[in-house]
Design a protein around this ligand. Structure first.
Ligand code: UDP
Ligand code: MG
Length: 334
């Protein structure tokens, strides 16, 4: 953990763009041996002008030569660091590791296929330095298959409108995040981390910037289709309690229907049927009680601390600060 940094606004000299004190570019990799060297060269070309640059590879359990390639790079470039998983844990886990182990004051998230061009990152960084905690790249022209583009649009709209999840529509994983806030998100240790939905829970200040997007050069997406669906389910059920409210409503309705049917049967004297209906009522009641407990459980698992303090003129307990590395910041370091 880095020591508390004083709140020093970035120094601007002449017309130079503002520079963050330190920057981590992190790249999740799953079977990307053909890309590692090019990624490194491209990041070097685009971002080596930033002071104290760290290039952090997160190897998400690759089974090809990805890790060997990264190790070879780290032997000749001291800026290269890596974290390698024991197996493929999936993209959100890779993001989690990237955010937890990034040393930089600011973290930019890239991808090994260079669909999000590192040359676009300075735009996001400059925006972040205006005073945001997270800046999302918006791909105005997204070069992915139609089902992916449609799928993302439907997923994000459903999440917002039907499930009531707070997220930035159109946001992509190409983003720049204040390192200390990113670690806060990871520290939640959510069973289903979903960064885009976690940031609003913390009250992070966000902005968007339009970015270019390229076709994947090397093979297809590393996402298995089932994982895309599982990922959506995580967003819908991990960050919304609305489905449980629907369950309550459905159970209540069913109980009323069964009671009405029971009354009708009793009036016409159908003993066995009335007994069966009474059993149904008990069963539905049990489902309702179960739903109430699941509700409490889920609510506990996704809720962050009661509040986070952004600024104060009195000392603030570390666990109440939005900034994981600067407990009593008056103005966030930029
Ligand atoms: N990736 C990963 N773990 C996975 C799947 C993907 O670390 O389980 C990495 C992948 O190597 C790439 C980035 O995440 O660097 C984005 O993956 P991909 O390009 O396949 O996603 P898409 O662009 O299709 O959304
Ligand atoms: Mg890609």
């Amino acid at each position: 953990m880095t020591a508390t940094r004083p709140a020093v606004p970035s120094q601007r000299t002449g017309g130079d763009p503002p520079r963050p004190p330190s920057l981590t570019a992190f790249i999740p990799c799953f079977n990307e041996e053909g890309q590692v060297d090019e990624v490194h060269a491209t990041i070097d070309a685009a971002l080596s002008g930033y002071p104290d640059l760290e290039i952090l590879f997160v190897d998400d359990g690759s089974t090809d030569g990805t890790l060997d390639k990264v190790k070879a790079l780290s032997a000749r470039d001291p800026r290269v660091r890596y974290v390698s998983f024991s197996r493929n844990f999936g993209l959100e886990a890779a993001h989690g590791a990237g955010f937890r182990y990034a040393r930089g004051t600011w973290v930019v998230q890239l991808d090994a296929d260079l669909q999000s061009p590192p040359a676009e990152a300075p735009k996001l960084i400059a925006k972040a330095l205006e005073g945001y905690d997270v800046v999302y790249g918006i791909r105005r022209e997204r070069h992915d298959p139609l089902f992916r583009r449609l799928g993302s649009a439907v997923q994000q709209r459903l999440a917002q409108r039907l499930f009531g999840v707070d997220l930035v529509y159109g946001s992509s994983v190409f983003r720049v995040v204040r390192g200390s806030v990113a670690r806060r998100a990871v520290d939640l240790r959510l069973a289903t981390p979903y960064f885009v939905a976690t940031m609003p829970l913390l009250g992070a200040r966000w902005a968007t910037v339009d970015v270019a997007h390229r076709q994947r050069q090397d093979g297809g997406s590393r996402w298995a289709v089932w994982r895309l669906f599982a990922h959506s389910a995580e967003l819908f059920f991990g960050f919304s309690l609305r489905p449980l409210v629907w369950v309550y409503a459905a159970v209540t309705l069913a109980v009323l229907v069964v009671l009405a049917a029971g009354a009708a049967v009793a009036a016409g004297a159908g003993g066995a049927l009335a007994g069966a209906l009474a059993g149904e009522v008990v069963l539905l009641g049990a489902v309702g009680v179960l739903a109430a407990y699941v509700h409490r459980l889920v609510r506990g698992s996704v809720r962050p601390a009661l509040f986070y303090v952004r600024e104060a003129n009195i000392p603030i307990a570390p666990e109440d600060s939005l900034y994981a590395d600067a407990p009593a910041v008056r103005e966030p370091a930029r």
